[in-house]
Design a protein around this ligand. Sequence first.
Ligand SMILES: C[S@@+](CC[C@H](N)C(=O)[O-])C[C@H]1O[C@@H](n2cnc3c(N)ncnc32)[C@H](O)[C@@H]1O
Length: 350
Amino acid sequence: MERPCVRVPREAGEETRQALAEAGLLDDEYEIVVEDGALYLPVTDREAASEGYEVVTRDVPVHDTQQTPADRLGFDPSYERLGDVAIVDEDDPERAREIGDAILDSDLPVRAVIDRASKVKGDLRVRDWSVVARADDGENDRPVTETLHREYGFEYLLDLSQVYFSPRLATERHRVTEQVAAGERAVDMFAGVGPFAVPMAARGATVVGVDLNPVAVEYLRENARRNGVADRVTAIEGDVRDVAADYADWADRIVMNLPHSADEFLDAAVTLAADSEGRRPSGSRPKADDDCVIHYYDIQHEDDPFGPGERAIREAAAPAGYDVDVLTRHVVRSYAPHELNVCLDVRLSR
Ligand SMILES: C[S@@+](CC[C@H](N)C(=O)[O-])C[C@H]1O[C@@H](n2cnc3c(N)ncnc32)[C@H](O)[C@@H]1O
C-alpha cells in the first residue's frame, strides 16, 4: 500500500525509529522496508514528519499478522490515534460507525472510537464528541474520552471531552521546548494539560503553567507528577491576565499558545517579562538580565501571516522600554484555506 515514509540511511535507522515512535509518528500498521542502504519508516502524519526528515511516498507491506481496518472495510479510512482512542471526522454517522467497528475489530490497541461533533469552541477551546464505537460496556469509571497519550517520551493523561489537546502540534512543541535551558524561568500562559510545561520543566526550567480550565489544571498537575517534574511546575487555575501581576518581572521565556486571541494577552506577557515598575514576586531572585523570549502563536491570512503579530508585540512592548528582535518566523501548519497557524519567536530586550 502507498504510504508516506521517512527515508534515512540504514545506520540511522534505529535512532530514527525510536524518535518517530516517541513522537507518536510511526505508523505501526505497516512494515519498515530496507532497500539500497536506506530504511523507509511508514509515518502517520506526513506534515509533522517532514519537519525533521525527508518524507517520500512508497509501497510498504501491511504487517502480515495484523488485521487492519482496511481489511474489513475494503478502503483505507482516515483517523488519528491519541493513546488508546481513535478519532474520526465523518459527516455521515452510519459511515462513522462502520469505520469505528472496523477499527475496534482490527489488531490496533484502540479502546474507543470517537467522532468530532463540533468545532473547537469557547474560551476553553474544547469540542463536543460522539462515541461511535467502544470496546468496553461503559461499566468502569474511566470516561471513554480519557486516554494516556505519549509524545516525545512524555506521557499525558487527558480527557478530550473536557480539555483542549491536539497531537498534530507535537513537532512544534518539540521545536520550542528544545530551546529551553536549565535554570530558566518559563511561563506557559495557556498551559492546557502540560505539553509545553512538562518538557520545559524536564530540561531544568522552573515553570508556571496557567489555564482557565480547572480540569486542564488538574491534568497538568497529574502530568507533572507522572513525568517526574512536579517540583518544578506550579499549576495555576485562572485568567492569566489576573495572574500576571503575581509573577511580574519574573519570566525568561513565555509561551502564548492561544492563536486566535493572543494579542489580547500581550500586556500580561510584558508584565511577566518585566513590568514598567520593575516589580518582582517577593522572595524571587532578580532576572539575570532584562531579556525575555516569547513564543507567540497566531492565525492569519497567508498574504501577511506574521505582520499583525509583529506589530502587536512591538506596540505592547514599547511602553516598558523594550526593543523587539524577531528570532524566527515559523509556519506551524495551514489552518484553513488561505489561513496559516504561525509562531513568532521574539526576544524582548532593554
Ligand atoms: C489552544 S489551547 C492550548 C493548550 C496547550 N498549550 C496545548 O498545546 O495543548 C489554549 C488553552 O488556553 C486556555 N485559556 C483560554 N483563555 C485563557 C485565559 N484567559 N487565561 C488562561 N488560560 C486560558 C484554554 O482553557 C486552553 O486550555
